[in-house]
Write a protein that binds this ligand. Structure first.
Ligand code: NI
Length: 269
């Protein structure tokens, strides 16, 4: 199982770095300083009440030895999420969120329903996360309609089930004491950081501090033939602090994650 899992993450990283070349470049910059680059977690996004929902992800991740261990809710962004971990502490954690699409307008729900039903033969399998889209992009008009209501829904409509981000573990770095130092290193290189809620999200008081870059972009061809630059994937940085028990906190913090989601927003970036 661990060999399958390693293979899965290696293939996922390859796919991710074609969408977020900045991640490859940043990883190499840390390696050039003699740092060991360890992946803390990866994150996926999906639609609820579909064959690709959290339940389907749970079954798929179970095949790789993962169990859910915590649950989160994001009221404003209309999301629910689960965190998964494997028994092997070296395996990255997995964070999967799903959009409560029934909370969008009927028009937006219809656009999403059309995407989800167009390829009924597509199932939520490991290859749907590694290969091409589970659905094809909407028309540009429909993309913009989704964007008005939910940046998350718009992103998902054009990116499908591809991985949203990988996360560099700051705990494993030897030359950087915290996320602020990592941010200074990145800014000096010219990397653009997500400033929503401040460049550093969280801290020792919530046992997790994080930052992220602004997502790379690609030119997307919509179903109608129109083209437009859309945000793809970003790179995250996480430092886990010890709980009173002495063990490192392994979960996620809703308030931090709420702003990390905004790394793929078009506004303000
Ligand atoms: Ni994350």
């Amino acid at each position: 199982m661990s060999q399958q899992r390693d293979q899965f993450f290696a293939t996922l990283w390859e796919r991710y770095t074609t969408l977020a070349p900045q991640a490859l470049d940043i990883r190499e910059a840390f390696r050039a300083r003699g740092e060991d680059v360890v992946n803390d977690h990866v994150a996926f996004r999906t639609f609820n009440r579909s064959r690709f929902d959290l339940k389907a992800f749970s079954a798929l991740l179970a095949e790789l030895g993962y169990e859910p261990f915590d649950r989160y809710h994001f009221a404003e962004k209309r999301l629910d999420a689960l965190a998964f971990r494997a028994e092997d502490p070296k395996a990255p954690k997995v964070f999967v969120s799903e959009l409560r699409r029934e909370e969008l307008s009927p028009a937006a729900q219809e656009i999403i329903e059309a995407l989800l039903t167009e390829r009924p033969e597509r199932e939520c399998t490991r290859s749907s996360l590694l290969e091409d889209q589970a659905w094809s992009p909407p028309t540009e008009v429909n993309y913009l309609r989704l964007l008005e209501e939910s940046e998350y829904a718009a992103w998902l409509s054009v990116m499908g089930l591809t991985v949203n981000h990988f996360t560099l573990s700051v705990n494993h770095l030897t030359g950087f004491k915290d996320v602020a130092e990592v941010n200074r290193f990145l800014s000096a290189r010219g990397d653009k950081l997500n400033r929503a809620g401040g460049e550093v999200k969280g801290g020792p008081s919530v046992y997790l501090e994080q930052s992220s870059t602004i997502a790379d972009r690609k030119v997307l061809t919509f179903r109608c033939g129109a083209t437009r630059e859309v945000p793809t994937c970003f790179y995250e940085f996480a430092l886990r602090h010890p709980l009173p028990s002495g063990e490192l906190f392994q979960g996620f913090v809703t308030q931090n994650a709420d702003r990390i989601f905004e790394s793929t927003h078009l506004k303000g970036s």
